[in-house]
Design a protein around this ligand. Structure first.
Ligand SMILES: [Zn+2]
Ligand SMILES: [Zn+2]
Length: 414
């Protein structure tokens, strides 16, 4: 029986790997510019962390977690998102006493038992940032700037929409939810089953419902953005004004509530115009640290789904194809041994070099050099070895010339 990869997983190699590495390099450079610290947390955590952290009314927790008992009878879950794990690490390692605000980034794999969609996998990668310790709108803004900067920098400028909303704080949300509930109540019986459940447990998420009859009912529902307290309104306006000044395009979308329970204040989503699908999002989560047992700590963060981003960068594959600087075409042992020192020196000086590893014939090696896109081929036949020469072939135009076989001469000619 053939063993195949699991549904929702992916093997990444060759052309596509170049795109991933290109994105990862951009992430590292970008985060370094903002002086963010990388954090790596375990792939698996106690199930309890996500029940309390993500919220047990969310789809992620209810339907999508990879949860199992380990041999010690502990309930373990493969992380379905990273914020809860980072917050656990923040509390467990006493990071509140280090510096504040403390800023982290991660680029990691996560696991959700999800329905397949374009660019959606059960094992998927997210780049994210979490900033702990700032109540100011400046932290919200910084997270938005970093995330939009990331998309611009990798080549998606103008190809996505940033939608932004505020879902208020504890204070204004409580008032608003009562208002929303009294609006919904008369029509509740004609709404979908999910909404009926949400009505009691998490009424804000009713606004997220995709069912048409529900949307029709909610058409004139009061919106949280129109019911913010002064503090929340102020922060939101400051962020919006700053986005204007920075020429960052955005759209206010009063319906954004985000799929996770822990958000408050400013929330936002990035949608690919091309795919019409979400590629990332984030927001403020001022109560999560406390909910998970830490001291009350304001925080903001975002996550970007890299699998979809890779889909959008399909045409980078050709551009990112790697070239080999020199292929050493040698068919005898003497030449092979003689070449090793020079090859080592070239590699140490940053040249990408390949040589035959499988006793191929002259013709087969030339074909191979062409396939790997070698820019030059150095041929070291028996005559050349005797005279300490080699033949340098330019693979772009096919021209050849004889040069001395030493490091300096080769470098001068390539
Ligand atoms: Zn408020
Ligand atoms: Zn509904």
């Amino acid at each position: 029986m053939k063993i195949t990869r699991q549904k929702g997983t992916k093997d990444i190699f060759l052309d596509e790997m170049n795109v991933w590495q290109y994105i990862e390099e951009n992430i590292r450079n970008l985060c370094d510019e903002y002086n963010l610290n990388e954090i790596r947390t375990p792939v698996f955590e106690s199930t309890e962390l996500f029940l309390r952290g993500v919220g047990n009314e969310t789809d992620i927790v209810n339907k999508e977690m990879y949860t199992f008992l380990d041999k010690g009878n502990r309930s373990i879950t493969l992380r379905p998102e990273l914020t809860a794990g980072v917050v656990r690490a923040y509390i467990e390692n006493g990071m509140s006493s280090l510096i504040s605000p403390i800023k982290f980034w991660y680029n990691a794999n996560m696991y959700r038992y999800e329905k397949m969609q374009k660019g959606r996998y059960r094992e998927f990668s997210q780049f994210g940032v979490e900033i702990f310790g700032s109540k100011s709108y400046k932290a919200d803004l910084e997270a938005i700037i970093i995330s939009s900067n990331f998309l611009d920098r990798i080549g998606l400028k103008g190809e996505y929409t940033l939608s932004i909303n505020s879902i208020g704080c504890k204070k204004c949300r409580e008032k608003y939810i009562n208002k929303l509930k009294s609006y919904i109540k008369p029509n509740l019986s004609s709404m979908c089953d999910d909404c009926k459940k949400r009505y009691d447990k998490n009424p804000l998420r009713v606004l997220d419902c995709k069912v048409e009859t529900c949307q029709e009912i909610l058409k004139d529902a009061p919106m949280i953005l129109d019911n913010l307290c002064d503090d929340c309104k102020n922060s939101f306006n400051k962020v919006i004004n700053s986005l204007e000044k920075l020429n960052i395009n955005y759209k206010i979308d009063k319906k954004i509530v985000r799929g996770l329970d822990y958000y408050n204040g400013i929330v936002y989503e990035y949608t690919s115009d091309d795919l019409g699908l979400a590629i990332g999002g984030g927001g403020r989560y001022d109560t999560l640290v406390e909910n998970l047992g830490g001291a009350s700590t304001p925080a903001v963060g975002f996550g970007m789904g890299l699998n979809r981003v890779v889909l959008l960068l399909e045409d980078m594959k050709e551009k990112l194809k790697s070239y080999v600087d020199v292929y050493f075409l040698i068919t005898n042992d003497e030449g092979y041994i003689k070449s090793l020192d020079v090859i080592k020196m070239l590699r140490e000086n940053g040249y990408k070099i390949e040589q035959d590893l499988s006793e191929k014939s002259f013709r087969a090696q030339l074909k191979y050099a062409d396939k790997i896109k070698a820019r030059y081929v150095i041929i070291l036949g028996e005559d050349e070895i005797k005279n300490n020469k080699c033949i340098l072939r330019n693979m772009e135009n096919g021209s050849q010339k004889e040069i001395c076989f030493n490091f300096d001469e080769i470098v001068d000619n390539i």
